[in-house]
Ligand binder design. Structure first.
Ligand code: ADP
Ligand code: MG
Length: 658
């Protein structure tokens, strides 16, 4: 007896759009149905690995498309896993699938039919796209489970569908479309074959068109099993597009065939962009894992290290036992060996590209470089490879578009230089202007700019590169006396404050800044700036506050030592004021401002706008207002006072994915 059921509200909404407003790209319904049939066949094959209790085990796994001109119907049949009554209600009565949900969401954001055409044309929304071409759809399905009964599902795109008992002798699913009057063009063998070739050529099962045909329309080659020598660039691009629905070209592909010690095939891609297209059939990271052409797992994350999870593709092993269960796969020794082999090939290729095809490599780096940096921190055993994959701007050419490897850097080291110097900043401009660079520039020593926000965590992973230690330019004890050669300009430094005068000044600075600084010292190296903040603590957690800030967490300003430049005219002036009248309010205001400017230059000022009021008063003083008319006492409280808040642990993943 027939039973009428109601579609879920979202489904109704989607059907309404598909039926009434979309016409141009409607041939994609065929791609969607073929892809579902192929999934059903894959799942059947997987069941066959572990169970012998399968209906019609002798039936060929295949897809057949037939049509009837007189009746105006088109039928897509597969011999896949089929559906039980419960499954059909669950799968075809509700939108559980992210593709369709995303589609509706996108439409809400941009509700005109042009956008809808566009979205559906590129990506499709699965089964329901049949309603673009059909006014009635009948699904007859029989599950592979031997005791299941056939079921018939029928809908016209209204708010309800019906369920009925069916008679289907064999396993699988037939989808019968009653084509709309204006969709009769699909009743053509030529047309169907053309669509299949364009959209579904790589489907792994034969697709037959016509009742009698025994000749598959699609190539069906598992491209990865083909010899790389016989595979064209375009084959790879097409495969990638069908695999990911990414309409950008991949930045790199690797086609691997290995025989010893393991036999396997792999076809891997670095996508064109970090953003997965929201309609990508690849819903997660991970590689498709086949065992002798049978799809075992759609998303295997154990074949690549964490920092290469952005790679897409297929691995097909000849050695994995066929009766392997999804649970036991993870621990299989073969998987570990595959991972080793694949990873080392990818890393090898990327390293070679980084050296020989720098421009292409830098495109990869721009998208995925931060994963390599994360890898340095979380996968120390791969450090040696990863060191060659990270690039930076640097003071070598001060060009934001020019990237340098560690190898480049070491090759250019100054005389007597042993360490690799870096400056951490929020962005390129901040790095370039950093007062910490004064001394390095003067002596012709290059400094790497760690100016991607993620770079703040790098010091936790960097140890040594080719026996060269990494040092942050704000470390207090860096001694450049015997490194590089000072420029002539540097030789004739401005005159320094007399020792006594400087001592008096530092005492006052310490008084004013109190607990906000650890100490106040004389700088031997500063040139253009009156002051800088240096870190005594060379520990890797030194940059923690940046990471916490990046993650939008509360953070505490680190307490650092303030280095004053005894040659700077500003400090000469302040010393003079101090000698004339220690009560002059300008003295403390300038000290505050010097300190906050140093915070600002390091990119760690918690609230730069808070300096505005003081700056206005200072400008007034500079332009002639008498100091006793200036209300410095009314300024808001100083920034940078330590507080006691507990810092949460950080999670690297959060940083990388920002
Ligand atoms: P998706 O393919 O993204 O899961 P679809 O809307 O295309 O979404 O299909 C919905 C569900 O219906 C599938 O996940 C599957 O469970 C079921 N289904 C569709 N077509 C078939 C088929 N030919 N054989 C078995 N199950 C199917
Ligand atoms: Mg689908």
């Amino acid at each position: 007896m027939s039973q009428t059921m109601t579609f879920q509200a979202e489904t109704q909404q989607l059907l309404d759009i598909l039926i009434h407003s979309l016409y141009t790209e409607r041939e994609i319904f065929l791609r969607e149905l073929i892809s579902n049939a192929s999934d059903a066949l894959n799942r059947l094959q997987f069941e066959q690995l572990t169970s012998s209790d399968i209906l019609n085990p002798e039936v060929e796994p295949a897809i057949r498309i037939t049509f009837d001109n007189d009746a105006g119907t088109l039928t897509i049949s597969d011999t896949g896993i089929g559906m039980t009554r419960d499954e059909i209600i669950e799968n075809l009565g509700t939108i559980a699938k992210s593709g369709a949900k995303n589609f509706l969401q996108r439409l809400k954001d941009a509700p005109n039919s042009e956008t809808a055409q566009n979205i559906i044309g590129q990506f499709g929304v699965g089964f329901y796209s049949v309603f673009m071409a059909a006014d009635k759809v009948r699904v007859v399905s029989r599950s592979y489970k031997p005791d299941a009964e056939a079921i018939v599902w029928e809908a016209t795109g209204g708010t309800t569908y019906t369920l009925d008992a069916g008679d289907k002798a064999t396993r699988g699913t037939d989808i019968i479309l009653n084509l709309k009057d204006d969709a009769k063009e699909f009743l053509s063998e030529w047309k169907l074959k053309d669509i299949i070739k364009r959209h579904s050529d790589y489907i792994a099962f034969p697709i037959y068109v016509g009742t009698e045909s025994t000749e598959a329309v699609n190539k069906q080659t598992a491209l990865w099993r083909q010899s790389p020598r016989e595979t064209q660039e375009d084959d790879y691009k097409n495969f990638y597009r069908m695999f990911t629905m990414d309409f950008n070209e991949p930045l790199y592909h690797l086609h691997l065939r290995a025989d010893v010690p393991m036999q396997f095939y792999a076809l891997l891609f670095v996508p064109g962009s970090r953003e997965n297209s929201m309609f990508s059939p690849r819903k997660e990271s991970g590689l498709q894992l086949y065992a002798r052409k049978v799809l075992i797992q759609d998303y295997n994350k154990d074949l690549l290290p964490e920092y290469l999870q952005f790679v897409h593709g297929v691995v097909d092993s000849e050695d994995l036992p066929l009766n392997v269960s999804r649970e036991s796969i993870k621990s299989d020794r073969i998987i570990a060996n595959l991972k080793k082999a694949i990873t080392s090939r990818i890393l090898g290729d990327l390293k070679r590209m980084a050296q020989k095809e720098r421009d292409q490599y830098l495109k990869i780096h721009a998208q995925f470089g931060r994963f390599f940096k994360q890898g340095l921190v979380v996968t120390p055993q791969d450090k040696d490879d990863l060191y060659d994959l990270i690039f930076f701007n640097s003071s070598h050419d001060d060009n934001p578009d020019s990237f340098h490897s560690l190898e480049d850097y070491v090759g250019r080291m100054a005389e007597g230089q042993n360490d690799i110097y870096y400056v951490i900043a929020d962005d390129f401009a901040g790095a370039k202007r950093s007062p910490h660079l004064d001394a390095f520039r003067q002596r012709g020593i290059e400094v790497l700019y760690f100016s991607d926000p993620i770079d703040a965590m790098l010091p936790m992973g960097l140890t040594e590169y080719k026996n060269h230690k990494f040092r942050s330019v704000d470390e207090g004890d860096i001694d450049l006396k015997d490194v590089g050669k000072p420029s002539e300009e540097a030789e004739k430094q401005a005159e320094s404050l007399p020792v006594d005068t400087f001592a008096t000044l530092s005492v006052r600075v310490k008084e004013v800044l109190g607990g906000r600084v650890k100490d106040v010292k004389e700088s031997k190296t500063l040139v253009g700036s009156p002051a800088r903040l240096i870190s005594d603590d060379a520990g890797a957690n030194r940059h923690m506050y940046r990471i916490n800030r990046l993650l939008d967490r509360e953070y505490q300003l680190p307490i650092k030592t303030l280095e004053l430049n005894p040659r700077h005219p500003l400090l000469h002036n302040v010393s003079t004021l101090l000698a004339q009248n220690p009560e002059n309010p300008l003295i403390d205001a300038v000290i505050e401002q010097v300190f906050e400017t140093a915070l600002l230059q390091d990119g760690i000022h918690p609230d730069p706008a808070a300096m505005a009021n003081r700056l206005v008063l200072l400008m007034q003083a500079a332009t002639g207002t008498a100091t006793d008319a200036l209300k410095f006492d009314d300024l808001p409280p100083a920034v940078g006072l330590p507080n006691e808040s507990d810092m949460p642990d950080m999670e690297l993943d959060d940083v990388v994915k920002e």
